[in-house]
Design a protein around this ligand. Structure first.
Ligand code: GLC
Length: 718
């Protein structure tokens, strides 16, 4: 991506003063009328005019970006253009489902389309860099940012990270970065942010080298292989060393082992926070530690700009390292075309969601939904129903974009479930009731069928939105129980940004649809699934615990020396709770359909393979037959898992190593094929220098439609 610009970068570097170099490492926030920030607008303009600013975040709108860009390009000494960045996590004007929902589609094309629509909207509004995709694997449903992740599995997070990076940037070689409908991506948060103790945001992460490399790092490596132009450091410590000052993760792994040529941006005041972490003495120390560990650009706090000259003078940072950081930033600015065309054509701005973009968001929403229960025949609803009650606290909500929605959230409310049901069943008498129980019960008793819309408002997930209890918010379980007590048919629609503990009401609910926060077209996406226009085919990208006390509970867990054995439920000395049934409420990879499917055994192209053959690139093909045995067309996600049953590092009982979502007509069959290579069968050890190993021994290969798959064939690695 960056090779062709070396000459231009060097020529510019040679002309820059130390102050101008330090200025390129500074990103400030915009507090104009286009978004929140820290009161830095006047300072931002002055710094741009003095040529002491590299980037600005929280700004959008070509009028605003061009005005600031003109100051930097036409009034500063060297005219180095600014790089504008913004959090476009799942949409700019057109808000797609939250990333956790998109992951539930098990269809990376959903994420790629989000990224492509978002890139076009973002770039045309003056911004050429998004702080996305977030790829923090997490086993913590209390953590609010699980909504922004792709869940608990590294392989799934990696697949979606790659899809987003390619959607934002185009080809992996960076050749499209200068085009009018691409933006630079940012792989975040580096690294292991999702491991925060207690799920409490910004909290300690103490992780072994093997778990760092087998669980948290793989999505970042995949994103970089797809050409991710930038990386953002994480707020947490990693084994006692804050990520913003962690030379092992940034210098040794990211820039050393992986050869990352882009740049690392700090998170918001993350460099300053090295002081609070108890890692830096003061601002100068924080600047030194961050720069020397691998941070290239400082977001909002100004320690590098304030103290860089003195740090250089007394040799605490080197000119080489300073030049390296500046070069990394300049290379991306050249690659984005900023030097050739620093301004945005205001007449070409995409000023709102196009019908095609809305349709894409609607389809993404429906593809992301997971049918958790469907006893009897409540779903799909009949569009000829004479009367439908739509009740619950979120029934008429238009705030369903989810956390980290883009600027569109301020201009384009979500479509409510209530309005969408009315549109989907124009002949029905649609009765609306809120959370008031008597009113809801009356509506349920008066209707043929009830849609009960409950869950979390988006404010209950996202950054700094950690819940110590992940049950439905107060009053909602009572509401469900009251509607259930009417004996009338009903379906529960969950709108939430995280796994929830689903209470005793679950068994009395004939149908439960996990709809997440589906974005701008929320209501229509829900109605498409409720009325069967879309047969739900999503799967859970995260485990649903039985109780908050069970956390952490996740599918890719170690077996322990005393695993619980379902066939021996009363066995005492095993890993279980005295007061809770074993296992999750719903496992990773779980999801139903309006039709039924069967999957066959995983047939291996060979039952044995040599380590050196794998290391030479040979693979084992695994084929799995799948049949639609029901009356309706539908989607199934065939999943492939491996378990290395005896290894020098205790291996997870399942590791996802392949998935494919297929659409089958009633009675139709197909065979899904996967390939297992060294990277699928091996694992990283605890060697800090990074040792990946494929060991001889038995590997059980599972295939099925969730992580609870039992169909198994054994592969022997020799
Ligand atoms: C926030 C988030 C990060 C975001 C940045 C800029 O604190 O941690 O994901 O990109 O600040 O808004």
């Amino acid at each position: 991506m960056l090779g062709p610009y070396e000459g231009k970068v060097k020529e510019l570097l040679d002309r820059m003063t130390t102050e101008e170099k330090l200025g390129q490492l500074q990103q400030l926030t915009w507090t104009g009328d286009t978004g929140p920030g820290g009161g830095q607008t006047e300072h931002t303009e002055a710094a741009a005019r003095a040529g002491l600013l590299g980037s600005v975040l929280n700004i959008h709108g070509a009028g605003h970006t061009n005005a600031l860009q003109r100051i930097a390009v036409e009034e500063s000494r060297l005219g180095i253009p600014l790089l504008f960045g913004l959090d476009v996590i799942h949409g700019f004007w057109t808000t797609f489902p939250i990333p956790l929902a998109q992951a539930a589609s098990f269809d990376p094309a959903v994420a790629r389309l989000d990224a492509e629509v978002s890139a076009k909207e973002t770039r045309s509004n003056g911004v050429r860099w998004t702080f996305s995709p977030m790829m923090d694997v997490t086993h913590e449903p209390r953590w609010g940012r699980i909504a922004e992740s792709c869940g608990e599995d590294p392989y799934l997070n990696a697949a979606f990270a790659v899809a987003k990076v390619l959607g934002y940037q185009g080809s992996a070689d960076g050749a499209e970065l200068a085009s009018e409908d691409r933006v630079a991506a940012c792989a975040k948060h580096f690294v292991a942010y999702g491991g925060a103790e207690g799920g409490r945001d910004y909290n300690t992460v103490d992780v072994s080298e093997q778990r760092l490399r087998n669980l948290y790092l793989p999505p970042f490596k995949a994103a970089l292989d797809a050409g991710a132009a930038t990386v953002m450091a994480a707020f947490n410590t990693v084994g006692g060393v804050p990520a913003h000052g962690n030379a092992h993760t940034m210098n040794t792994v990211l820039k050393g082992e992986w050869g990352f040529e882009g740049f690392v941006v700090s998170d918001y005041t993350g460099v300053e926070e090295l002081i609070a972490h108890g890692f830096a003495e003061d601002g100068a120390d924080a600047a030194r530690l961050a720069l020397n560990a691998g941070v290239d650009m400082e977001m909002v706090s100004t320690n590098l700009a304030d103290h860089g000259k003195e740090l250089l003078a007394d040799g605490r940072i080197s000119t080489d390292r300073l030049d390296d950081a500046v070069a990394r930033i300049l290379r991306l600015k050249f690659a984005l075309g900023l030097f050739d065309a620093p301004y945005t054509d205001e007449s070409a701005a995409v000023d709102g969601p196009t019908p095609a973009a809305r349709a894409a968001a609607r389809e993404a929403g429906a593809r992301s939904m997971v049918l958790l229960r469907n006893e009897g025949s409540v779903l799909p609803l009949s569009p000829d129903a004479r009367s439908i009650a739509v009740v619950g606290p979120l029934a008429d909500s238009t705030d369903l974009h989810g956390t980290w929605a883009g600027p569109g959230v301020y201009r384009f409310p979500s479509v409510s479930v209530l309005d969408a049901v009315r549109a989907a069943a124009p002949g029905a008498d649609v009765i609306h009731a809120g959370q008031e129980v008597a009113e809801a019960v009356a509506a349920a008793e008066a209707a043929e069928v009830t849609v009960l819309v409950v869950g979390e408002p988006p404010a209950l997930s996202g950054e700094a939105a950690v819940r110590s209890d992940i049950a439905l918010p107060a009053g909602q379980e009572e509401l469900i129980a009251a509607v259930a007590a009417t004996g009338r048919p009903f379906a529960v629609v969950l709108l939430n940004g995280r796994p929830l503990t689903l209470g005793s009401w679950l068994d009395s609910a004939p149908a439960v649809l996990e709809a997440w926060h589906p974005g701008m077209e929320a209501g229509h996406a829900v109605a498409d699934v409720l009325f069967g226009a879309v047969n739900p085919g999503g799967k859970l990208p995260v485990t649903f615990p039985r109780a908050v006390g069970q956390i952490p509970v996740y599918y890719n867990h170690e077996n322990t020396g005393r695993p619980y054995r379902p066939e021996q439920p009363h066995e005492k000395y095993v890993s279980k709770y005295l007061d809770l049934s074993d296992g999750p409420r719903f496992p990773f990879g779980y999801g139903l359909s309006y039709t039924t499917f069967t999957t066959g055994e995983p047939e291996l192209s060979r039952t044995g393979v040599a380590v050196d053959a794998l290391e030479r690139g040979e693979t084992v093909e695994v084929s799995v037959a799948v049949t639609n045995t029901g009356e309706l067309a539908g989607d199934e996600v065939v999943q492939l898992y491996v378990h290395d049953v005896a290894a020098s590092i205790a291996q997870p009982v399942r590791r996802l190593r392949g998935f494919e979502r297929v659409t089958l007509a009633p009675g139709e069959s197909t065979t899904v094929r996967f390939r297992l290579g060294a990277e699928d069968l091996g694992f990283w050890t605890n060697d800090p220098a990074g040792t990946f190993t494929v060991e001889p021994g038995r590997v059980d290969v599972y295939a099925g439609t969730s992580s609870a798959a039992r169909a198994c064939r054994t592969l022997t690695v020799v």
